[in-house]
Design a protein around this ligand. Structure first.
Ligand code: IMP
Ligand code: MG
Length: 212
């Protein structure tokens, strides 16, 4: 083996070990493939942050994040926002273990007064738009000056409500994805990348819990 081949094979072994360390190894049979890598996410977030800074400079910004899927995205986004801001959370949860947003329940209300403020609403993914169409009237009723929507992922092909996001990390096809905050049955949120969940995982779960 030449010196270069040895170096390349060492490098590959190192990244395999690093992926295992970050959780990639444990989940390999459940996550069909990586759709968006850690590096791609990090690069895109820096660009989004610059756009948001430009649009909100000089304003009283309140960032409102929907729990729980936004944890990683939010943390990375706001650390790159070079703007004074305040942060609040709204708890939204859908019943059941399925891959559809079912009946929504609000588990936490806003605490900050957003009247007259510029509000950036952050969510993990815009899918059918049903969640946003329930959340937006609630927030509008609090009379912010303006509301802009920022999502990490957008699946436009699944939309049933007329909602669009102002800032989108990545537009993706109709795959059920997990990782980087996104879950299936509350699992996989800690994966550092966005991956496509193997359909046998949710089909299996559905056979056990879905009504016949
Ligand atoms: P919507 O109400 O259909 O727009 O869906 C929004 C919510 O459904 C998101 O905040 C997620 O919690 C969940 N969701 C939609 N698509 C996916 C996905 O591919 N993976 C994980 N969660 C998803
Ligand atoms: Mg979810």
């Amino acid at each position: 083996m030449s010196k270069r081949e040895t170096q390349n094979s060492k490098r590959r072994a190192f990244s395999r070990r690093a992926a295992r360390k970050r959780g990639g190894g444990e989940w390999r049979k459940e996550v069909e493939r990586v759709l968006i890598t850690e590096e791609q996410i990090s690069r895109r977030i820096r660009i989004l942050a610059r756009e948001i800074e430009r649009d909100f400079r000089g304003r009283e910004l309140v960032v409102v994040s929907l729990l729980n899927g936004t944890v990683m995205f939010l943390a990375d986004l706001i650390r790159h926002l070079n703007l004074p801001l305040r942060l609040d959370f709204m708890g939204v949860s859908s019943y059941g273990l399925g891959t559809e947003s079912g009946d929504l329940v609000f588990t936490k209300e806003l605490r900050l007064d957003v009247r007259g403020r510029d509000l950036l609403l952050v969510d993990d993914i815009l899918d059918t738009g049903k969640t946003m169409s329930r959340v937006l009237p609630k927030i509008r009723a609090l009379k912010p000056r303006r509301i802009k929507i920022c999502v990490l992922l957008d699946k436009p092909s699944r939309r049933v409500e007329k909602i669009r996001a102002d800032y989108v990390g990545f537009e993706i096809p109709d795959y059920f994805v997990v990782g980087y905050g996104l879950d299936f049955a509350e699992r996989y949120r800690n994966l550092p990348f966005v991956g496509v969940l193997h359909p046998h995982i949710y089909k299996q779960a559905c056979q056990q819990i879905c009504p016949k």
